[in-house]
Write a protein that binds this ligand. Structure first.
Ligand code: NCD
Ligand code: ZN
Ligand code: ZN
Length: 434
């Protein structure tokens, strides 16, 4: 039947660089099918899935399981492979088998993957730099986190503020500084996940000024939530990095406006409601779903005059398309690009409800929040995956890997005066060459 679009706006479908679809490993939290359906309902046409599934996406075998799960996808997808001490010898093999990019869990988080040692991170970057492949980093200093959390637990603290105390901004500043140092040294492309602290923005500004190819995301929760919202929500708000004090919100927004932060991602981190509502904060899993609520939340801010619709499109689609080598194919409405489209109603008002979420994780700090601006229809490569606000059920499996269309720009030639990798690989007595 006829589709009316008068008064609506046509945007490129959002590209979410950071989701956890939990498949394989945690089907009670999310499956690829439910996660990608949530994406379609949120106006999101491409996601990049994180490797902290079970098994973690650090072997070709584990990757095959994820690719199999993703056959049920309602949205297109990239897969971040795991960069860790155990995987740095397999990075090329994983790329060959279909990962689009890598993720390094420099800070401890859900899945308890060991942080790569600095040496392994350096070597991983050395391997990936000439290939032009970008690595996402969860940047928090794990030894700071472990010591602080232990202190909080010894003091008998079980409240949400103790989680914040266990993960101070300095843990993020330190890790971002370290990662940017290694990125500059090697020429590797990096991407800072869920940037949460105002205090680490100067590092991004300086690195960009120096020509480091770093991109960074922040998430609606760091822009719009703070400790003022924490008391009533307890474990639901437990998240890594933590929701911080009010002073962080506006500088993060300003950094998006001036390009220090490139994009919005959601860190869609679904857990079962009972895993989010235990008495002690330490027993509540970290993270909450977001892929479905990002667009209404951000469009509401556009309606409030905090940014233009074009700013939003830059953050939600254009910048991630550039970062992941999809520019020209995705993230834009232009000749030759895929018809990945979100048609939004900027006038429609409503209240977000966790009970209406498509995600299995029906627990959200956004529950009860009034919004204005909703995606109404989502098209993926020309086909409706959401229509009139409802999932098009038989579009299940229409999602494809973006590996086939990914084209990372050629890495910039580097004037390298360091030969660490060459020396490692050169027999003694033979002078290394650049
Ligand atoms: C994420 C998860 O649950 O996988 N949790 C979170 O608190 N953000 C992991 C992560 O992104 O750190
Ligand atoms: Zn993380
Ligand atoms: Zn995450």
């Amino acid at each position: 039947e006829e589709l009316r679009a008068d008064g609506l706006f046509l945007l490129p479908g959002a590209i979410d660089s950071h989701v956890h679809f939990r498949d394989p490993g945690y089907p009670h939290k999310e499956t690829w099918r439910t996660g990608s359906a949530a994406a379609a309902l949120g106006g999101v046409t491409t996601v990049f899935d994180m490797p902290n599934t079970s098994p973690a996406t650090g072997t070709v075998e584990a990757l095959r399981l994820k690719q199999k799960a993703a056959e049920a996808s309602y949205c297109d997808f990239g897969i971040h492979g795991l960069l860790g001490d155990d995987t740095i010898e397999r990075l090329e093999e994983l790329l060959e088998a279909g990962v689009t990019s890598f993720k390094a869990f420099v800070g401890n988080t859900f899945g308890n993957l060991p942080a790569p040692t600095d040496g392994a991170l350096l070597e991983g970057f050395e391997t990936l730099a000439p290939l032009g492949i970008r690595t996402v980093v969860h940047a928090e200093n794990s030894s700071i986190l472990f010591r602080r959390q232990k202190k909080m637990q010894e003091a008998g603290r079980i409240d949400a503020m103790a989680h914040l105390a266990a993960r101070p901004a300095v843990a993020e500043i330190e890790a971002i500084g370290r990662v940017l140092t290694l990125a500059e040294w090697t020429g590797a492309r990096v991407h800072i996940a869920h940037h949460s602290a105002a205090d680490s923005l100067f590092l991004l500004r300086e690195a960009k000024r120096r020509g480091v190819d770093v991109t960074a995301e922040t998430c609606p929760q760091y822009l719009l939530l703070n400790t003022g919202h924490m008391s009533k929500l307890g474990g639901v708000m437990r998240l890594n990095p933590p929701i911080r004090e009010p002073r962080h919100n506006q500088p993060l927004w300003d950094a998006l406006m001036d390009g220090t932060l490139d994009m919005i991602a959601t860190d869609h981190a679904p857990h079962a409601p009972e895993e989010k509502t235990r008495e002690s904060i330490w027993d509540c899993d970290c993270g909450f779903p977001g892929v479905e609520t990002q667009m209404p939340l951000m469009l509401t801010e556009v309606n409030r005059g905090r940014a233009t619709l074009m700013d939003y499109v830059r953050w939600s689609a254009v910048a991630p398309a550039r970062a992941w080598g999809l520019y020209g194919t995705k993230g834009v409405i232009a000749p030759g690009a895929h018809a990945d489209i979100a048609i939004v109603d900027m006038a429609r008002q409503g209240v977000l409800s966790q009970n209406r979420l498509q995600s299995i994780s029906r627990i959200s700090p956004w529950h009860g929040r009034p919004v204005q601006g909703y995606p109404l229809h989502t098209l993926l490569r020309g086909r409706f995956v959401m229509r009139e606000g409802r999932l098009v059920e038989d579009a299940v499996g229409w999602g494809r890997s973006v590996k086939a269309v990914q084209k990372m720009p050629t890495p910039r030639p580097r004037n390298t005066e360091h030969y660490s990798r060459a020396i490692l690989e050169t027999p003694p007595g033979v002078p290394p060459t650049a």
